[in-house]
Design a protein around this ligand. Sequence first.
Ligand SMILES: [Fe+2]
Ligand SMILES: [Fe+2]
Length: 469
Amino acid sequence: MTVVDYDAKIPNNVDLAGDRRLQRALESWQPRYLEWWRQLGPVAYQDSDVFLRTAVSVGQDGWANFGPVKMPDYRWGIFLAEPEADRTIAYGDHMGQPVWAEVPGEYRADLRRLVVVQGDTEPASVEQQRRLCLTAPSLYDMRNLFQVNVEEGRHLWAMVYLLHRYFGRDGRDEADEMLLRHSGDPDHPRILGAFNEETPDWLSFFLFTYFTDRDGKFQLASLRESGFDPLSRTCDFMLKEEAHHMFVGASGVARVLQRTVELMKEHDTDDVRPFGGIDVATIQRYLSFHYSVSLDLFGAETSTNAANYFAAGLKGRFQEERRDDDHRLHDSVRDVPAMVDGTVGTRSAPALAALNETLRDDYVADCQKGVDRWNRILADVGASVRLPHVGFHRAVGAFAGHRLSPEGDVLTADEWDAKVAGWLPTDEDRSHVIGLMHGVTEPGRMAGWIAPPATGINQKPVDYAYVEV
Ligand SMILES: [Fe+2]
Ligand SMILES: [Fe+2]
């Protein structure tokens, strides 16, 4: 059992005190991180007590501690899951060999890239969400937002630790860059497109945590399979925190729909806007937007990088060890979506090259589960929402540059223009949603467009004062 040094300046279970150079380097990064948090983290409530959960150990029970914390005092630390004894690489050309405790020289550049791209998304989402605290629909929701934010901050710490500890000078430079790129900054943007859009309202926030954080879940799950054991153990623990982010999104959307259903029944109409609700059609358009931009995050259907990462043992598939195949994939092929003679079809591709698509498939199946749960709420009024076709509104891969309807029909520019207002959020939708966003800071009260949660956090009642206002 790794000892957790919780009283250190940087809480950790990696024996930071035993490596003075590393400790000094991270301690000099820490004030810059805090300055970033102050400047680009939440725009308000930085000096309020927030009922947060803090990671204090990585064991089965008791890893999370709940209590009032001022966000800048949050104990951001470095926590790796316990090592698995005699772990071996589960796939690729090194299958069966012991995992690596240090970075193999030949994979250094690739591993650094994987860590940097993952790490960059973590502070990006905090930046995207920084104004949302002003319009939180309840203190319960504000607290959940802050919980997600501090944990994304911790995920940055997790990646910065790896960069400092295992990648020398370049790693330290990359860690500095993490605080210099900013979401939406025209000169120094975040690396991935979806992380440069502001999250302007709470409906977007819930859909972002459902769809875009879920991309994160699948990326982390693939990196947990890494032959580079410190990366694997880091991601393993991050996934525990990520589960809460999925919950915030899934339950947030469910509560919006619940409230919409109540208003539809009460007023006997689909058009709940005059009654301060968000109609199902608008929610569907927001859903289609967030789903489609999140699908792009998985990359093109076929990718040499993805094939190389897998063959090298750097990044596996989702739940690699549960898969029933040879885990090398040199001889297998699969179909991937493709545009064939102007219509949606498939082409055959080497399974190794198609790993982005395989991960996207797993992601789509996971997304569908939430949609099914949401539809059980909507069944009450005979309504439903759905995931649009994977080719709808795509900017990356085979469908980029084509115009597909949510059903997957290929359209001309004119046909698309005539119909897009029914499929993606319009200016009118956005102004209606934004118009509903007013901060509600009385304990237990909810904004009129969202139902209360079924239960509070960590056995506290829903009307607990989760944030000091
Ligand atoms: Fe994260
Ligand atoms: Fe997350």
